[in-house]
Design a protein around this ligand. Structure first.
Ligand code: DHB
Ligand code: FE
Length: 265
């Protein structure tokens, strides 16, 4: 009872794999090395580490599939907010927070950021009520909370729900560039390709709202190192943002205005 879609893409996958092996005259030893790499990725993976996804991402596969799925890659004005890959570090059930709350816990920083903006319907320009903004980013040491035993559970994560005016605001940190984990198969492949493991500074979002298409995306610090050389190819022009020095707010060193635009089904 296999679906026609699964039957079709499995046959196509096998055809391409055979072509690949013939074209490169893959030997038994080389094939075994590939099998061992897959096994190692499997052994390393658990709820805190998704090595299979890392491997697919350094091949640019998640970014390609994102583009195929959402077809929102255009950088034109008056489009819904562009999508970007989910990555391996999202966690469900991030803490529900009130507008104006902080997602930062137990970290001293001079990069405290007040992020704020409006969620609108991209066709009408009207505010979207009941939009849930799920946000997550790394600590200044370059680690997401689940990678780092020294951070409190769910640190630097939160969910914020818009009211009638569609506005949101919260405190976070200005993120830093950091390497994807490179102590496993993904790292070995990067090394074989003579590539670095770094991603430019970014903040992740999942935006959902009743009646609207969900948006999985990231915003990128325009001035960040690696902005033109993301190890997992996720940067888009329309997702570049500028952190501005913040005056008059004792809780923030930077201000980050950003509006999200959603599309109905
Ligand atoms: C990947 C994505 C991320 O956002 C990240 O922080 C690390 C790795 C990835 O796509 O592999
Ligand atoms: Fe990330």
């Amino acid at each position: 009872n296999v679906s026609p879609r699964v039957r079709k893409i499995t046959a196509s996958f096998i055809r391409h794999l055979h072509d690949f092996a013939r074209e490169n005259e893959i030997t038994v030893d080389e094939w075994m090395a590939g099998v061992e790499l897959m096994n190692e990725a499997g052994r390393m993976s658990d709820d805190k580490r998704n090595e299979g996804q890392l491997v697919s991402d350094i091949f640019g596969l998640e970014t390609l599939v994102d583009e195929i799925t959402y077809k929102l890659a255009s950088d034109a004005q008056d489009e819904p907010t562009a999508t970007a890959i989910l990555g391996p570090f999202w966690r469900k059930d991030a803490p529900l927070k009130a507008m104006g709350d902080t997602i930062v816990s137990g970290i001293e920083s001079k990069d405290r950021t007040w992020m704020h903006g409006t969620v609108t319907d991209f066709t009408t320009g009207k505010p979207v009520e009941g939009a849930v903004l799920d946000v997550w980013h790394t600590a200044p040491n370059g680690l997401y909370e689940q990678q780092d035993p020294n951070q409190p559970d769910m640190n630097l994560r939160g969910r914020f729900t818009t009211g009638k005016n569609g506005k949101y605001d919260f405190y976070c940190l200005r993120p830093v560039p950091y390497p994807i984990p490179f102590d496993g198969p993904a790292g070995k492949l990067l090394q074989a390709l003579d590539r670095h493991p770094y991603r430019p500074a970014h903040i992740h979002f999942i935006l959902t709202a009743p009646g609207y298409k969900p948006i999985v995306t990231q915003i990128f610090d325009r001035s960040s190192k690696y902005i033109d050389d993301d190890a997992v190819f996720a940067v888009k022009d329309s997702l570049l943002v500028d952190f501005k020095p913040c005056q008059g707010d004792p809780k923030a060193d930077f201000e980050l205005p950003y509006d999200f635009k959603m599309a109905t089904y």
